[in-house]
Design a protein around this ligand. Structure first.
Ligand code: KIV
Ligand code: ZN
Length: 386
C-alpha cells in the first residue's frame, strides 16, 4: 500500500506497561490515553483485555472515551482471547483487534505446534477476529528470527484470512537496520496481496537499534510504526515515539513521510508517562531528556547565543520545551554569563563582569551546576565589595 503518511501506533499502555514495575492505575491509564488521543496518535493499543479484569475495564473505558484514535486490544491466537478483546474494544468509534502468535522455531516449540498446525491456527483465529471486527492486525511474534519461507507463508495466510495490518515484530531487539529494511522489502515482493495491506514495524531496543530499525523498515515500505512514550517497555524497551516522529520531521529530506502527531505535546506526555510509570527519563535521552536542549560549554553557549542552529537541529518549542537552554557550569564562558545576567536583570559594565566572571569560575569548580540564585548572590557580593 503506497501512502505518504506513516501511522503511529502507541503501545505505552500495553507493551510499555509490561515493563517490570511500570504498572499504572485505571485513572492513570485513562489520562495517558486521552493525552495520546489529543496528540494525534493514530492507533492506541490500550491493553491486553484477557490479562486481568483491570485491563479489560481500562481498555473498555478508553474505547468508550476515545475521540480520534483507533483503539486496539491484544489477543493471543485463541477464540477466548479474541472474544474478550472484542468485548472491550467494540465500544470505540474505531476498534481494532490485534492477534499474535510466535512463529520462530523457538516460539513454535512453546505451544508444541508444527508448521502446518500453526498455519491452520493462524487461519482460524484471524478469520474469527475478522468476523467480529473489520480492522484486524496480525503479528508473527519473533518475526525477525523466523525462517523467511515460513514467514511469507503465514503472512499470506493471515492476509487471506482478513488481516488488514501485518505487524513484523523484532521481539528481542535482534535485528540490524539493513536487515529490518530487507525483511519488509522481501515480504512486499514475495507475498501475494502484500500491497493491499499495511505493514507495521515493532522494534525492541535490546541492542539500542529500535529507532534505526523502525525507520529502516519505513524506508523499505512499512507504513505503521509501533512505539511507546520514552521508549518504555520490557527489558531495554520499545522504539521511542518521540525519536521516530522527530527523526521523520527533522530529516524529512531523507524520509519524506508525515505523521499526524502534534509534536508540541511530546514533552508533557513524556513527563506524565514518567510520573505515572515511576520510570525516570535519563538526562541525555534523545528529544525528551533534561539535557536534550541544554548547553554548558562556553563554545556551544557562545554559538547558540549568536545563532541557535549552530548546535541545535530542532527547536525546543516544537516538542513543547519552553525552559532556558543555557546551563551555567565550569565550562561556561563570558558570553553566556553576560547573557544570563542580562536575563536576570543585571546589565553590567565590562570591568564588573570580569570580576564576577572570575568569582563565577571559582564557584563553578566546586559545583555541578551554578543556579540563577548563585549568580544573583555573586552580583550582590560584587556590589558590596566595590
Ligand atoms: O514484541 C512483540 O513481539 C510483541 C507482540 C505481542 C506484538 O509485543
Ligand atoms: Zn513488543
Amino acid at each position: 500500500m503506497t501512502q505518504s503518511r506513516v501511522l503511529i501506533f502507541d503501545t505505552t499502555l500495553r507493551d510499555g506497561e509490561q515493563s517490570p514495575g511500570a504498572t499504572m492505575t485505571h485513572e492513570e491509564k485513562l489520562e495517558i490515553a486521552s493525552l495520546l488521543d489529543e496528540m494525534g496518535v493514530d492507533i492506541i493499543e490500550a491493553g491486553f483485555p484477557i490479562a486481568s479484569e483491570g485491563d479489560f475495564a481500562a481498555v473498555s473505558e478508553i474505547a468508550k472515551r476515545s475521540k480520534n484514535s483507533t483503539i486496539c486490544g491484544l489477543a493471543r491466537a485463541n477464540y477466548k482471547d479474541i472474544d474478550r478483546c472484542w468485548e472491550a474494544v467494540k465500544h470505540a468509534h474505531s476498534p481494532r483487534i490485534h492477534t499474535f502468535i510466535g512463529t520462530s522455531p523457538l516460539h513454535r516449540a512453546i505451544p508444541n505446534l508444527d508448521m502446518d498446525q500453526m498455519a491452520e491456527r493462524i487461519h482460524d483465529t484471524v478469520s474469527h477476529a475478522r468476523n467480529l471486527c473489520d480492522n484486524v492486525q496480525w503479528s508473527p511474534m519473533d518475526a525477525t528470527r523466523t525462517e523467511h519461507d515460513y514467514l511469507c507463508r503465514v503472512v499470506e495466510i493471515a492476509i487471506k484470512a482478513g488481516a488488514t495490518t501485518i505487524n513484523i515484530p523484532d521481539t528481542v531487539g535482534y535485528t540490524y537496520p539493513f536487515e529490518s529494511a530487507k525483511l519488509i522489502a522481501m515480504l512486499l515482493e514475495r507475498v501475494p496481496g502484500a500491497d493491499e495491506i499495511i505493514f507495521a514495524t515493532h522494534c525492541h531496543n535490546d541492542l539500542g537499534m529500535a529507532t534505526a530499525n523502525s525507520l529502516a523498515a519505513v524506508e523499505a515500505g512499512a507504513r505503521q510504526i509501533e512505539c511507546t512514550i520514552n521508549g518504555l517497555g520490557e527489558r531495554a524497551g520499545n522504539t521511542a515515539l518521540e525519536e521516530v516522529v522527530m527523526a521523520m520531521r527533522v530529516r524529512n529530506d531523507i524520509l519524506p513521510y508525515q505523521t499526524k502527531i502534534d509534536t508540541t505535546k511530546i514533552m508533557n506526555l513524556s513527563r506524565r508517562v514518567s510520573a505515572v510509570s515511576g520510570f525516570p527519563v535519563q538526562f541525555n535521552k534523545a528529544i525528551v531528556g533534561k539535557n536534550a536542549f541544554l548547553h554548558e560549554s562556553g563554545i556551544h553557549q557562545d554559538g547558540v547565543l549568536k545563532n541557535v542552529q549552530t548546535f541545535e537541529i530542532m527547536r525546543p518549542e516544537d516538542i513543547g520545551v519552553t525552559a532556558d537552554n543555557i546551563q551555567m557550569g565550569k565550562h561556561s564562558g563570558r558570553a553566556a554569563l553576560r547573557a544570563k545576567l542580562k536575563a536576570l536583570g543585571f546589565d553590567m559594565a565590562e570591568n564588573q563582569l570580569n570580576d564576577v566572571f572570575v568569582r563565577f569560575k571559582a564557584l563553578a569548580d566546586q559545583k555541578k551546576e551554578v543556579y540563577d540564585e548563585d549568580l544573583i548572590a555573586l552580583v550582590k557580593d560584587e556590589a558590596i565589595n566595590d
